[in-house]
Each structure stands twice: as structure tokens, then as C-alpha cells.
Design a protein around this ligand. Structure first.
Ligand code: ATP
Ligand code: MG
Length: 177
């Protein structure tokens, strides 16, 4: 049932904050013509928040409201969803899931440049060390649609864009046949 009504696939790009999801998705949208949906931005636009987390100094997502908000668009197919979590989306939304991975030291520097410090910096790097998002994805989706991709260098990113673009083209051809 996963892709029965779609002629263009839906892709999930997930991973720890700072691994390069948005950078990749922007380029991928340009290359494939698929629409990039940045979940954090959609949540802001539709005010999908329910409370404020004092420890992390960020609002807590109202997941049900967000899913209602995205449902029609996802039904159309051809979406690239970009978010640092993945287990609350309906499984049927996605044809493939990519989990970006970054070396701890590289990620530490990236998040430091972004101005993250203290607990926020440490927790995000630990999230990557413990493969939290990878395991979340492997538990929420069928193993064979979950793929890890390295995201340490601009070369990695270029390779990832090439690979995913080729996959999208193949998927579209299969959907036609
Ligand atoms: N493959 C890469 N090689 C080198 N630098 C990268 C790569 N991918 C992303 N970056 C850099 O890392 C930083 C974080 O990237 P980006 O904002 O795309 O991460 P993100 O996963 O979308 O983070 P968030 O979850 O917080 O939205 C940016 O400064 C970006 O230029
Ligand atoms: Mg981002």
C-alpha cells in the first residue's frame, strides 16, 4: 500500500541536528524537482507547538497537528521531508529513508560554529554517537528502505545528491511500468 497512489516517491531525510539535512535537501530539490518540506519551518508556520521545554529552551512539537497539516501534501507524492526525528510520521508516507551521519568531531565543530554550547551541544553530539536517529528510523520503517549516508564533506554531499537523484529516476520508471 506504501506507494500505490504515487507516481513520484516521497523521501525522508533525517539525522541528528547539524548533519547536513537541509543543505542536502535544498540541492536535492533542485536536482530532482521534488518539493523540500522542512518540518521545523512547517511547524512554525502552522503553530504546531504545545508547550515550551525549559531544559532545551525550545518549543515541543504537537505531532498530531503537524501530521494533519502535512497529510494532503504527502498524499500527492514527490516530497522530500527534512527533520531530526522520524518515528512519529506515518510509515506509509515514505518510499525511502536516508539517515545522514557525521563524525563526532566534525559535528562538534559544526554545532559549535552554530553557537550551540553546554548541554545542547553535548546532547546533540551524544545523539550522533549513540546512533539514536538511525535506531529510531530502523525501528519505525522497514529495514530495507532505511539507508545511512555519510555527511562529513562537500564531496559526500555531492555523492549523496547523485545517488538519491539516480534512485528517484529509477523509482519513477518503475512506477510507469
Ligand atoms: N556534507 C557536508 N560537508 C561539509 N559541511 C556540511 C555538509 N553538510 C552540511 N554542512 C554544513 O553543516 C552545517 C549544518 O548543516 P545543515 O543546516 O544542513 O544541517 P541540518 O541537519 O539541517 O541541521 P538541523 O537539524 O539543525 O536543521 C552548515 O553550516 C552546512 O553548511
Ligand atoms: Mg535543517
Amino acid at each position: 500500500m506504501a506507494n500505490s497512489q504515487r507516481s513520484v516517491p516521497n523521501i525522508l531525510v533525517t539525522g541528528t541536528p547539524g548533519v547536513g539535512k537541509s543543505t542536502l535537501c535544498e540541492q536535492l530539490a533542485e536536482r530532482t524537482g521534488l518539493e523540500w518540506l522542512e518540518v521545523g519551518q512547517i511547524a512554525k508556520d502552522c503553530e504546531c507547538f504545545e508547550e515550551f521545554d525549559e531544559v532545551y529552551q525550545c518549543p515541543v512539537l504537537d505531532e498530531d497537528k503537524l501530521i494533519d497539516e502535512m497529510e494532503d501534501k504527502m498524499g500527492q507524492g514527490g516530497k522530500i521531508v527534512d527533520y531530526h526525528g522520524c518515528d512519529f510520521f506515518p510509515e506509509r508516507w515514505f518510499d525511502i529513508v536516508f539517515v545522514l551521519r557525521t563524525n563526532n568531531t566534525v559535528l562538534y565543530d559544526r554545532l559549535g560554529h552554530r553557537g550551540y554550547t553546554g548541554k545542547k551541544l553535548e546532547d546533540n553530539v551524544q545523539c550522533e554517537i549513540f546512533q539514536t536517529i538511525l535506531e529510531e528510523a530502523q525501528e519505525a520503517y522497514k529495514m530495507d528502505i532505511v539507508h545511512e549516508l555519510p555527511s562529513n564533506t562537500p564531496d559526500d554531499m555531492e555523492e549523496n545528491v547523485d545517488k538519491i537523484t539516480a534512485w528517484v529516476e529509477e523509482w519513477k520508471l518503475r512506477a510507469l511500468s
